[in-house]
Design a protein around this ligand. Structure first.
Ligand code: HEM
Length: 536
């Protein structure tokens, strides 16, 4: 049965239920009218407060519990509502109904930094989250992406390691303390699969000018399935209509001090001024030929991208963000994205990073949002009928009637049927699984330097100068000499010239490495986007 809490969400998913600030009388949470909320009940004018003052206790107790834990990562964020309109060009590759021509779907998008706490500055050098919730008629689809197309680690089991290394040191919790620089650079210099992501972070992509000028990436390879059951492997891209623009480092630092809310303010002010944020969604389409590789690139390796000249980005729809949240807590803070929120026609792959994410999001939200019923919060409630067999639990809003649901069942005539693929049911495409249980990466995951070299060589001279300055600045904060030297060796393996310039900036000798030679100078940064048209 549908639940009252779920039904209470309005058609845009906005938190519109006003539990207070309506009516002409102030009341307690129980509806009792109050004569006074400014003075506690005391034993005499100068006496102690009385335990019997239920209003004092309710008011203070509720206040004491106003905060929920911030997200363990991506704590700092800002969000907006909008709409996604499909061009219909993806119909040949996916049966997802919201991608049919002309379909309009409500969306809620949260942008974030990764490492900073809720109150940290917006313009720090970091990866940005780009999480999109599509409230489709077939269920909610979340595309939980970043503004960088690759990730630090190839296997989700290392996520706690990279985050522990990157977060402020536990003693003083000062993000810019030398200790935090040491742990981050210690980890990434020992763990060279991080090199590609680090190159993007040290480039101008690490300090975007505005959320409206960032690209977004689904990072992983997804499997799309069309109405005939045919599959393709795809990478999702968000292309900002306003173009890709970054701050320069001096601007980013000044903004962090003068206006720590620089991006948040820009997002809200732009929408208030009637200038929506616009992005086009595109896909790179690779054949699902059983190899899970494309042009020798392992599509299950999230540290690799597919250059756009090899697979152009084909545009499939447009996102417009034009409405600010009305309540930061109810919407931006309580929204819960999850890579496992999928719709028919969009499936996951065996990428070991993605596989771990499929576990992590729901798990962390059980703590962050206080139990298993947070899908009933207005911002998380699907915009389609919900008819689950889940019952009870903390903060349950529903009042189901009848016997507890179970299947098979000969007593409950009202129990809904399950749906096959033909009825809009989510049926995973059968994919072969074989081999021995191992804790190993495929051999193809072992190349950590070809794409970082490709990325560096695809940058303009100005962008290369910026990346040299960024490495020099950041490594200059590292205390341990051996870490600086080790990271220089990593850079030597990417590009001898890059390494030499950073070494000179640090006043250290340039180590020798085996720099990647003869990689095609590819369009990691150049845009190869084809105008919307049917996807072959
Ligand atoms: C949160 C992206 C890898 C665990 C987020 C958010 C984004 C994101 C955008 C913020 C969601 C929001 O705005 O509420 C990514 C991307 C990844 C990645 C693109 C790699 C390609 C991982 C991995 C794990 C993980 C490997 C764990 C195994 C989490 C957790 C949160 C989070 C626990 C907090 C969620 C919450 O409290 O609601 N991630 N992430 N992420 N991510 Fe990831």
């Amino acid at each position: 049965m549908a639940t009252p809490g779920k039904d209470a969400a309005d058609s845009t998913g906005s938190a519109t239920r006003e539990l207070s600030q309506t009516g002409s009388f102030l009341t307690t949470a129980q509806g009792l009218r109050l004569p006074d909320t400014d003075h506690s009940l005391k034993a005499g004018e100068r006496g102690p407060s009385l335990l019997e003052d239920f209003h004092l206790r309710e008011k203070i107790t509720h206040f004491d519990h106003e905060r929920i834990p911030e997200r363990v990562v991506h704590a700092r964020g800002a969000a907006a509502h909008g709409v996604f309109e499909a061009y219909g060009t993806a119909e040949s590759v996916t049966r997802a109904a919201f991608l049919r021509a002309g379909e309009r779907t409500d969306v809620f998008v949260r942008f974030s930094t990764v490492l900073g706490s809720r109150g940290s500055a917006d313009t720090v050098r970091d990866t940005r989250g780009f999480a999109v919730k599509f409230y489709t008629g077939e269920g909610t689809f979340d595309l939980v992406g970043n503004n960088i197309p690759v990730f630090f680690i190839q296997d989700g089991i290392k996520f706690p390691d990279i985050i522990h290394a990157g977060k402020p040191h536990p003693d003083v919790e000062i993000p810019q303390a030398q200790s935090a620089h040491d742990t981050f650079w210690d980890f990434v210099s020992l763990h060279t699969e991080a090199t590609h992501h680090v190159m993007w972070n040290m480039s101008d992509r690490g300090i975007p000018r505005s959320y409206r000028t960032m690209e977004g990436f689904g990072v992983h390879t997804f499997r799309l399935v069309n109405a005939d059951g045919e599959t393709n492997l795809v990478k999702f891209h968000w292309k900002p209509v306003a173009g890709v623009h970054s701050l320069v480092w001096e601007e980013a630092q000044i903004a962090a001090g003068v206006d720590p809310d620089f991006h948040r303010r820009d997002l809200a002010d732009g929408i208030t001024a009637g200038v929506p944020l616009e992005f086009e969604l595109g896909i790179q389409v690779m054949p699902d030929d059983g190899t899970e590789t494309f042009e020798d690139i392992d599509l299950l390796d999230p540290t690799k991208l597919v250059p756009e000249e090899l697979a152009p980005v084909q545009l499939i729809g447009k996102l417009t963000l034009d409405r600010n949240p009305v309540n930061y807590f109810a919407e931006t803070e309580q929204v819960a994205f999850h890579t496992g929120h999928l719709v028919p026609g969009i499936e996951v792959t065996n990428d070991p990073l993605m596989q771990a994410r499929l576990f992590s999001y729901l798990d962390t939200q059980l703590t962050r949002l206080g139990g298993p019923n947070f899908a009933q919060l207005p911002i998380n409630a699907p915009h389609c009928p919900v008819n689950d067999m889940l019952r009870d639990g903390m903060h349950q809003q529903a009042v189901p009637t009848g016997i507890a649901p179970y299947r098979p069942n000969s007593l409950d005539d009202g129990l809904p049927e399950v749906a096959g693929a033909g009825d809009g049911g989510y049926v995973q495409t059968a994919r072969p699984v074989s081999g021995f249980t191992v804790r190993e990466n495929p051999v193809s995951f072992g190349d950590h330097f070809t794409q970082p070299a490709m990325f560096y060589r695809s940058l303009s001279a100005v962008e290369q100068a910026h990346i040299v300055e960024a490495f020099t600045f950041e490594l200059g904060k590292v205390f341990e000499q051996k870490i600086k030297e080790r990271q220089l060796t990593v850079l030597a393996n990417v590009d001898a010239d890059l390494c030499a310039q950073v070494a000179a900036g640090l006043g250290l000798p340039a180590p020798s490495g085996t720099p990647v030679e003869d990689v095609p100078v590819s369009a990691a940064l150049s845009q190869v986007v084809v105008e919307p048209g049917p996807i072959a």
